[in-house]
Design a protein around this ligand. Structure first.
Ligand SMILES: [Mn+2]
Length: 295
């Protein structure tokens, strides 16, 4: 089996131990890729959810075993716990198998850029982790996840590719988008203060690549709905990719180029992106509009 080779891979918000975890797509991704460095950027096991409702299918254990195997094969694996696996932060500085547990990290790209890597819950002023929860309510979010699940089971039956449904809803809720923009700003501010070129995080389940006041904000997304990963090529180019039956590039950045998608995750839906961007420019994006591609 030929694997796609990368210099590094960043994934987060897997939420093993919950019904919405897309472990099959993640396993497929892990088995088709190879990297020198793998960063697990938090919310890998949802200990918070497990406390409320014990749920552990064999596939979720297989993902953990795969991480340990990847580290054993020589990939440098760094695990940065998030808020849903916060108790693991106590193991900071120690090893699980060959996996290093760290609170955060500085990643040096092949093209000489420095990125701070952290889960990102420190930029979440609501402390909830799902900003749209504030506006939707937890029940509504669960309903959304349930509809997403049923909708995709139906698509699978008809042999149609996976299509994250809730991103469409989220992207249309202006206040949720405003919250995301605020989060991105705080994250970018932290990167600037740290004197690095940018920040790589997860937490808000919204894969993105933006330049905010001269620093790069990179979010690797999640494996609950969108199945996205951030990868670094051997020349230092960072790329946000989506992985399901359909695979695609959402955005990329190197020292010399920056190709953002204004609403990266929406490209997943296979919608008419141009029309959506135009629509958003009229409403939210215009109001917050430091979006490069829209400018
Ligand atoms: Mn989180």
């Amino acid at each position: 089996m030929s694997r796609l080779r990368f210099r590094s891979i960043f994934i987060s918000d897997i939420h093993l131990g919950t019904v919405d975890c897309k472990s099959a797509y993640l396993m497929d991704f892990l088995r088709h890729t190879e990297a020198q460095q793998l960063y697990l950027v938090g919310d890998i096991i949802d200990l918070e959810a497990l406390e409320k409702r014990p749920y552990w299918p064999v596939e979720h254990g297989a993902v953990l075993a795969e991480f340990l195997a990847i580290a054993a094969r020589g990939t440098q694996v760094t695990y940065i716990p998030g808020n849903h696996d916060a108790p693991m932060r106590g193991l900071c500085g120690q090893k699980i198998g060959a996996i290093d547990v760290r609170l955060n990290a500085i990643h040096h790209t092949a093209d000489g850029r420095r990125f701070r890597v952290c889960h990102g819950d420190e930029f979440d002023q609501s402390g909830i982790g799902k900003p749209w929860l504030i506006h939707l309510g937890e029940d509504a979010y669960r309903l959304l996840c349930w509809i997403n699940r049923r909708f995709n089971a139906w698509r699978k039956y008809f042999k149609l590719p996976y299509l994250p449904l809730s991103i469409i809803t989220k992207s249309r809720i202006g206040r949720a988008l405003n919250y995301i923009r605020q989060y991105e700003q705080l994250a970018a501010d932290a990167a600037r203060e740290a004197g690095v070129d940018g920040l790589i995080c997860g937490h808000i389940h919204f894969g993105s690549m933006r330049e905010v006041d001269g620093v790069l904000y990179l979010n690797d997304g999640d494996w609950v709905e969108h199945c996205t990963a951030l990868v670094e090529h051997f020349d230092g180019t960072l790329e946000l990719i989506h992985w399901s039956e359909r695979r695609g590039s959402l955005a990329r950045t190197s020292r010399s180029e920056f190709v953002p998608l204004p609403a990266a995750a929406m490209a997943l839906a296979g919608l008419d992106l141009g029309a959506l961007i135009a629509q958003q420019n009229e409403s939210n994006f215009a109001a917050h509009g430091s979006e490069k591609a829209a400018a």
